[in-house]
Design a protein around this ligand. Structure first.
Ligand code: HEM
Length: 454
């Protein structure tokens, strides 16, 4: 006998979860507390299962993951990303994952770190200049610039500002366009008439020709730089010796660029905003930074000694996980915890709600980095915290991202004070990532005396 689970009810029985459409981040956090960790929400003629239950998460992402593919929202992304790791499925995805994975091994990360540090140091110098006039800056924009430059340097060794600005513009405009198509699918036919789609195609064509040219040059380069593109170019299938085609290389490179900067930028923006309200956390962090780094640039090895800084990062991603949810749909009908999952059902795993489950977090809605002391981490089930997802499709860039966020946050907090601007609204907007809807305006002031903070 199939088991029944709570069903969300509302004025419109076909669409009781209007709040879900408006703001899935807040909606799932609130409803998980009222309805439990596994409930169903009718959605027109489909059923959406809202999940924070670890057994169900493990079933969908690990034990029976072969029966699940990404939800329909990813279809739009394919228009820009092609079939890279984020958007591919099945055997093709498995092969690509094997080919891309070595680029993120620890030994490679050490090489990538060097490029990252060069860009970070230059960015901090620029921010120092910008901060002298005391005008507030949009920190969300600043962090996007910093992480886009880092990912372009580590991917292509590009530091040409004009190229970077154009790549960045194309990616941002394309993302806005694809988000528009996902959120308002009924407008899609008009985008072919009003020029929006034509502009998108033109932008992507420019991006493609830029990357194909880079690939062609790199194939001829006798002394290539040690960046992600070189690693992808030299990666081979162990048994067959097969390498990636130019198209596969293009799709993976664009995917890494898209997946690799907005997530980290979002986390850093929330971090600076949260820290501005918790001066005692800033003080504790600075003490660690001054003790371990002094006024030196962080190196690959001493970065891992910044344990409190890492707890701060983990706590920011607990409250504001940049990838706040994971969506999957079954290939064939399934059953989990005795509940029948129909073939057209949607499994919506709310990472945001899992991260605020009072069963696992002492202060679920507070900013409390001590949630991540080694003892507390050991005492918690593994799946209580999963900002990078879980199972075979877990984020391939997790170590890269942690290294980048630690480097940038350490430099920013050591060098500057960040103050919020009164009256500027700060609100999470759950689109592809959990971005601050109106940006985050902050005054950035150089720290007067670094040693005095010790
Ligand atoms: C704070 C930073 C980041 C967060 C929170 C994050 C989060 C995630 C999550 C939750 C997934 C799983 C999605 C799913 O299962 O549907 C994912 C996948 C992915 N991420 Fe990240 N990510 C971050 C940074 C990065 C970086 C820096 C890169 C690359 C340089 C990257 C590349 C990818 C790729 C390629 C996938 C797809 C993996 C696959 O399906 O095989 N991410 N990420």
């Amino acid at each position: 006998m199939p088991t029944s689970i709570p069903v969300l009810k509302g004025k419109n029985p076909l669409l009781p979860g209007v709040g879900f459409l408006r703001n899935p981040f807040e909606f799932t956090i609130k409803k998980a507390q009222e309805m439990g960790d596994f409930f169903m929400m009718p959605f027109l003629l489909r059923k959406i299962f809202i999940i924070t239950n670890h057994e169900v998460v493990a079933h969908v992402l690990q034990k029976n993951q072969k029966n699940y593919v990404k939800s329909p929202a990813y279809g739009q992304l394919r228009l820009a990303l092609g079939t890279g790791l984020v958007t591919s499925e099945g055997e093709f995805w498995r092969k690509q994952r094997r080919l891309v994975q070595p680029a993120f091994y620890k030994t490679q990360l050490e090489d990538l770190f060097r490029g990252m540090a060069v860009v970070a140091e230059k960015y901090i110098a620029e921010l120092t200049k910008k901060s002298t006039d005391g005008e507030p800056l949009d920190i969300a924009k600043e962090m996007m610039t910093a992480t886009a430059r880092i990912v372009l340097k580590t991917l292509f060794s590009t530091e040409n500002t004009a190229d970077i600005n154009e790549m960045y513009r194309v990616m941002m405009d394309s993302q806005d366009y694809l988000t528009f198509r996902t959120v308002k699918p009924y407008f899609i036919p008009f985008t072919y008439l009003n020029g929006m789609h034509r502009k998108f195609r033109k932008d992507i064509a420019w991006f493609d020709s830029y990357i194909f040219k880079l690939i062609a040059e790199r194939r001829k380069d006798a002394n290539p730089p040690n960046d992600l593109l070189t690693m992808l170019l030299s990666s081979k299938e162990e048994e067959t010796g097969e390498v990636m085609s130019d198209q596969a290389l293009r799709d993976e490179a664009v995917t890494l660029f898209a997946a690799g900067h907005e997530t980290s930028a979002t986390m850093l923006s929330w971090a600076l905003w949260l820290l501005s309200q918790y001066p005692e956390v800033v003080q504790k962090m600075r003490k660690e930074l001054v003790e371990i780094l002094g006024d030196q640039m962080p190196g690959f090895e001493n970065l891992r000694k910044l344990t409190y800084t890492m707890q701060v990062i983990q706590e920011v991603m607990r409250l504001y996980p940049p990838g706040f949810a994971i969506g999957r749909q079954p290939i064939a009908e399934d059953e989990v915890l005795g509940v029948r999952i129909p073939k057209n059902g949607i499994m919506f795993i709310s990472i945001a709600a899992m991260h605020r489950d009072p069963r696992y977090w002492e202060r679920p809605h507070d900013f409390y980095p001590e949630h991540f002391t080694p003892e507390r981490e050991k005492a918690r089930p593994k799946l209580a915290y999963m900002p990078f997802g879980a199972g075979p499709r877990m984020c391939i860039g997790n170590h890269f991202a942690l290294m980048e966020m630690q480097l940038l946050l350490a430099l920013l907090v050591r060098q500057f004070d960040f103050e919020t601007v009164k009256g500027h609204p700060v609100e999470p907007e759950p689109l592809i990532t959990l971005k601050p809807k109106y940006g985050i305006l902050m005054r950035v002031k150089p720290v007067a005396d670094l040693v005095a903070t010790k």
